[in-house]
Design a protein around this ligand. Structure first.
Ligand code: NAI
Ligand code: MG
Length: 501
């Protein structure tokens, strides 16, 4: 609490918010955890406690699920409200987020560590625009009329309805806390589901502030419930709960597999957005003026804590030295400091655990023969900062090339034969994203066609839009977020067939 108060230009509402123990949001009310327990969330720039939060566990999850179930079965959300009214509420929530955007930007920077200038221009605007996009979908959830193939046209009238899947459990990570909440809530609300959201234990604050705005917007009680707590307790209870119809998860591939097992009990629908080890491929004819900053941004944005980070930078041999030198120069110029400093380009890792994980990967890389052209270690000894790092001298089987580091660490890998690069790029258990840089659009498109990845960026990286589906091939997940694709995960299809004769 002390850190928040001493940070420069802190919004008074943010000081007040972090200054009191935050509660759980269940059935439209702010309540303590059944156990009475609380847990701290830290400011990763200092390691000090930022705020205390009620610690949700099995009993609280159960209460929240029951509230969501009642709201789904009998509440005004289900029984009275039209799609247009739902859409208006979602839009109203977007307006409220926009109105309070500076507060959200500050909370996000304090809790997660990211630069305030980034949460101001990326996390928060993407959040309210995402909500607006799904507000528009609320009135466009449609079925089809189906001409039966085996009957004459006048014998039956057959059609499909798209109905909400029901009570949805949503478990989200800490890298984009507010935006991940929006990615999950938007389509669930648009389709008429009710929700129990579990934010990550490292970053519960922005979701809790969002809960206050959900109340202010006038969503009926129980439609959205927000229960922070630890993954092994609250998260596991939500994934296993027999009255939850669907679980949506974003996080590690390891926990994604646990979610799947937990969901098996009542065969919940499952969607998963998991890890990545995305290849970013530079062909020798690329325009290096845009490729070099693009390749640096692909890995260093959000301190490399992005599931789609361009962490394997494959560069055609002829331009390898130039690209490595350029990315290294950018890394060395980056201002790595607390997110509230106006010139901060990169803040701390989200937690001590994450910093140690990243440093552990660096050490493993060095043991196996990798070399750091720049970076390669923790920065300072206060807060959880890691230097932006460029590794070379790797082989494709090293841990640092195969496993998700989730930190500001890129392995730069030269290649000679453009015909082999696709196989090397695809040599991973993951398949979330990829980048291709070339002036020859035909070559770039032909590489894109062969990549096994849910998103391919050509001559750009990290371009996100609510209309553009995002998700993974292989062990990067099941299903897609965003666009109209995600709506399928939140709806059941009912076929109705009426005899006409
Ligand atoms: P995690 O997968 O453990 O955490 C993500 C969410 O899952 C959090 O809300 C957490 O409380 C919850 N969770 C954890 N264990 C659970 C369980 N048994 N049942 C239900 N929910 C559970 O990720 P963590 O430990 O924070 O980070 C580890 C690594 O995961 C990172 O280094 C990174 O590689 C990857 N990761 C990937 C993300 C992505 O966007 N795809 C986001 C966060 C982490
Ligand atoms: Mg974990």
């Amino acid at each position: 609490m002390a850190t928040a108060a001493s940070a420069p230009s802190i919004d008074p509402n943010v000081s007040t918010f972090v200054g009191t123990t935050r509660k759980l949001f269940i059935n439209g009310k702010w309540v303590e955890a059944a156990s009475g327990k609380t847990f701290p969330t830290y400011n990763p720039a200092t390691g000090e406690v930022l705020a205390n939060v009620a610690e949700g566990d099995r009993e609280d999850i159960d209460r929240a699920v029951k509230a969501a179930r009642a709201a789904f079965e009998t509440g005004p959300w289900a029984k009275k409200m039209s799609p247009a009214q739902r859409g208006k509420l979602i839009w109203k929530l977007a307006d409220l987020i926009e109105k309070h955007q500076e507060e959200f930007a500050q909370l996000e920077s304090l809790d997660n560590g990211k630069p305030l200038k980034i949460s101001r221009i990326a996390d928060v605007p993407l959040t309210f625009e995402h909500m607006r996009y799904y507000a528009g979908w609320a009135t466009k959830i449609e079925g089809n009329t189906i001409p039966l193939t085996l009957a004459g046209p006048t014998k039956y009238l057959a059609y499909t309805l798209r109905e909400p899947v029901g009570v949805v459990g949503q478990i989200i990570p800490w890298n984009f806390p507010l935006l991940m909440a929006a990615w999950k809530l938007g389509p669930a609300l648009a389709t008429g589901c009710t929700i129990v959201l579990k934010p990550a234990e490292q970053t519960p604050l922005s979701a809790l502030r969002l809960g206050e705005l959900i109340q202010e917007a006038g969503f009926p009680d129980g439609v959205v419930n927000i229960v922070p707590g630890y993954g092994e307790t609250a998260g596991a209870a939500l994934a296993a709960h027999p009255e939850v119809d669907k679980v949506a998860f974003t996080g590690s591939t390891e926990v994604g597999k646990l979610i799947l097992h937990a969901a098996a009990g009542n065969l919940k629908k499952v969607s998963l957005e998991l890890g990545g080890k995305s290849p970013n491929i530079v062909l020798e004819d690329a325009d290096l003026n845009s490729t070099i900053p693009g390749a640096a941004g692909a890995i260093f944005f959000n301190h490399g804590q992005c599931c789609c980070a361009g962490s394997r930078l494959f560069v055609e041999e002829k331009v390898f030295d130039k690209v490595v030198e350029g990315v290294t120069q950018i890394a060395e110029k980056m201002q790595v400091k607390p997110g509230f400093e106006p010139d901060c380009d990169m803040g701390p890792m989200v937690s001590e655990e994450q910093m140690n994980r990243v440093c552990g990967y660096l050490e493993s890389g060095f043991r196996e023969g990798a070399k750091a052209v720049t970076g390669g270690a923790r920065l300072g000894n206060q807060g959880y900062f890691v230097k932006p790092t460029v590794l070379v001298n790797t082989t494709d089987k090293m841990k640092v090339v195969q496993e998700e580091i989730f930190g500001p660490v890129v392995t730069a890998i030269p290649f000679r034969d453009p015909n082999e690069i696709v196989a090397r790029a695809n040599d991973t258990i993951y398949g979330l994203a990829a980048g291709v840089w070339s002036r020859d659009i035909k070559r770039a498109l032909s590489v894109a066609a062969k990549l096994r990845a849910g998103t391919v960026w050509i001559n750009c990286y990290n371009v996100f839009d609510p209309a553009l589906p995002f998700g993974g091939y292989k062990q990067s997940g099941w299903g897609r977020e965003m666009g109209h694709e995600v709506l399928e995960h939140y709806t059941e299809v009912k076929s109705v067939c009426a005899a006409l004769t």
